[in-house]
Ligand binder design. Structure first.
Ligand code: UFG
Length: 334
């Protein structure tokens, strides 16, 4: 029996493959390398010393996807094939809806055809929009989201709820990630955006390694402790472990649709991040304060209690670990 990981060469996918293999699971991975590199597949094997089957296919390609189900004994699926850049989704909404929503539908329909009904979905805290109250609980208000990327996550969550209502033999876990950062401690895999990064930590990493001149801090007049935006940064290896625990729950208890926040429950500001990154790695992070970024919110962090109680999930790694591992990876991959 194998777990199918779609988008397994990507940032969160690759770290999850490592955790699944280390946990003794069999995996089958697909990726079309639209935002990842073929070499990552070899690196996952190198880190774990384990082998697995890989297919270079697009999950929108139903015929190829069916071949994967024909040729393997797939028991469950984790979907990491979504596009994830907020800004890009505003420019290319059709591409985002096709890849994320149509892709998820094709995947679920194929699963149904092969009677595979265990599914873990990568969702995001973006589904909460601008929260009324922090920390955010799973039953907090959803939306309105501010961009097509966020809509795709919300729509797919709704599709999964409808699917479960229609057939409650499905076992579904929806994992709402807060802000995944950092890299595997080996320094071999991590987040390596091709263009100028949109997100805070990859941007800081490029400033720290002098690939970019300075960080722009988008506003210091928010209603937060130092005026800069506050987020719940979670180490990508902790996040990856969350998927192993979610699958465990579906395997052991099953029958249901479960929703979990995956975060640390701690909010750090942009200035906290700059200070810790610079201290832990002994590097300069020059910055300037600029205008607020459109669509940004002041504060977003999780209440992680439900994941702790029901999955036994606790994010173990600190902000120092996240900053150290990010720098280690970027130095190795400059
Ligand atoms: N920031 C800067 N300068 C930068 C980049 C970011 O000051 O160059 C600030 C932002 O204003 C924000 C914080 O750093 O206050 C974090 O910004 P990110 O872009 O790293 O992350 P976001 O919280 O905006 O969004 C991320 C993902 C989304 C996801 C969301 C979930 O990009 O996909 O977390 O909470 F939906």
């Amino acid at each position: 029996m194998s777990i199918l990981v779609t988008g397994g060469a990507g940032y969160i996918g690759s770290h999850t493959c490592v955790e699944l293999l280390n946990h003794g699971e069999n995996i089958v991975v697909i990726d079309n390398f639209s935002n990842s590199k073929p070499h990552t597949i070899d690196l996952i094997k190198k880190i774990t010393g384990k082998d697995f089957k890989f297919y270079e296919i697009d999950y929108l390609d139903r015929k190829s996807l069916e071949r994967v189900f024909e040729e393997n004994n797939i028991e469950s699926v984790i979907n990491f094939s979504g596009y994830k850049a907020v800004g890009e989704s505003l420019e290319k909404p059709i591409e985002y809806y096709i890849n994320n929503v149509s892709g998820a539908l094709i995947l679920l329909d194929t699963m149904k055809k092969y009677n595979v009904k265990k599914f873990v979905f990568s969702s995001s805290a973006t589904v909460y929009g601008d929260p009324d109250i922090v920390p955010i609980k799973e039953n907090s208000r959803l939306g309105p989201t501010t961009n097509p990327y966020g809509n795709t996550k919300l729509f797919i969550e709704q599709i999964l709820k409808d699917l479960y209502k229609s057939d409650n033999s499905w076992d579904i876990a929806i994992l709402r990630y807060f802000n995944p950062v950092g890299a595997h401690e080996s320094g071999l895999i991590g987040e390596d955006p091709r263009d100028i990064p949109n997100n805070l930590m990859p941007y800081i990493a490029k400033v720290a390694t002098q690939q970019l001149k300075e960080l722009s801090i988008f506003g210091n007049d928010y209603d937060t402790k130092d005026g800069t935006g506050v987020r719940d940064y979670i180490h990508v290896v902790d996040l990856a472990r969350g998927h192993v625990l979610a699958l465990n729950k579906l395997d052991k208890e099953g029958k249901g649709i479960f929703i979990y926040n995956l975060g640390t429950g701690i909010g750090y500001s942009v200035l906290d991040m700059v200070n810790v990154y610079s201290k832990v790695n002994n590097v300069d992070i020059p910055y300037k304060i600029t205008e607020r970024r459109k669509g940004d919110i002041a504060s977003c962090y999780s209440d992680p209690t439900k994941a702790k109680e029901e999955l036994g999930f606790i994010a173990e790694k600190t902000l120092e670990d996240m900053c150290r591992d990010s720098y280690n990876f970027i130095k190795n991959n400059k």
